[in-house]
Write a new protein. Structure first.
Length: 209
């Protein structure tokens, strides 16, 4: 609608991971911090970037204009982070991504935003049915329902999405924009970081920084 604020990007940084052995968003992939890669991918598509963090990763050293807010629902996982981010945006739409995704594909992110009209959420879905809730778009209008689910003890974002007017983006729709499927590659273990650094040179050569 005319005059409506552009979408907001919400980046979820969950802090220190036991499996990973550190703060994933601050890890270096191809010589760049993962958080800088993520912000660099989402900022051109949105009017505002909000990074939701736990208390343990203050002082991220992000570019001017990127807002850092504390998770308002600590200990509740990604759903709490999504609810926190939606509380801080005045935009009708929010592009939500994890802070551990070093190879986000801007074209795919743009598709999610373009498909959002008339839906509560837009989320990619793999061939096996697995949904990518931290690589998705959420309408701010559904924030009360998300918080209601969270306060009721629900923490699985995919279950919440199943109860919303969610537009699932199927693999065939994602493939032309992310043929290698690297947009969903996230860091969970030190081995993932090693793999990310092995493939970063090729990815960076093909995608704008």
């Amino acid at each position: 609608m005319p005059g409506e604020p552009p979408p907001t990007a919400i980046v979820l940084c969950g802090g220190r991971s036991r499996r990973f052995g550190g703060e994933k968003a601050l890890a270096l992939v191809g010589g760049r911090r993962v958080i800088d890669r993520v912000v660099g991918a989402v900022a051109p598509l949105t009017g505002r970037v909000i990074v939701v963090t736990t208390a343990g990763i203050a002082g991220l050293g992000l570019p001017a204009g990127v807002e850092v807010v504390a998770d308002g629902f600590p200990g509740t996982g990604p759903l709490g982070g999504i609810c926190t981010g939606l509380r801080h945006t005045a935009s009708g739409l929010a592009l939500v991504v994890g802070g551990d995704l070093p190879f986000l594909a801007p074209g795919l992110l743009r598709l999610l935003l373009d498909l959002a009209g008339g839906h509560d959420a837009v989320a990619p879905r793999r061939a096996d049915g697995y949904v990518q809730p931290l690589h998705a778009v959420y309408a701010r209008a559904c924030s009360p329902r998300l918080e209601e689910q969270l306060n009721g003890g629900e923490r699985a974002v995919w279950r919440v999405l199943a109860g919303l007017r969610t537009r699932y983006v199927e693999p065939g729709e994602c493939l032309p924009l992310d043929p290698e499927g690297l947009s969903f590659f996230n860091l969970n273990t030190p081995e993932d970081l090693e793999r990310a650094n092995r493939i970063a040179a090729g990815v960076d050569a093909r995608r704008p920084g």
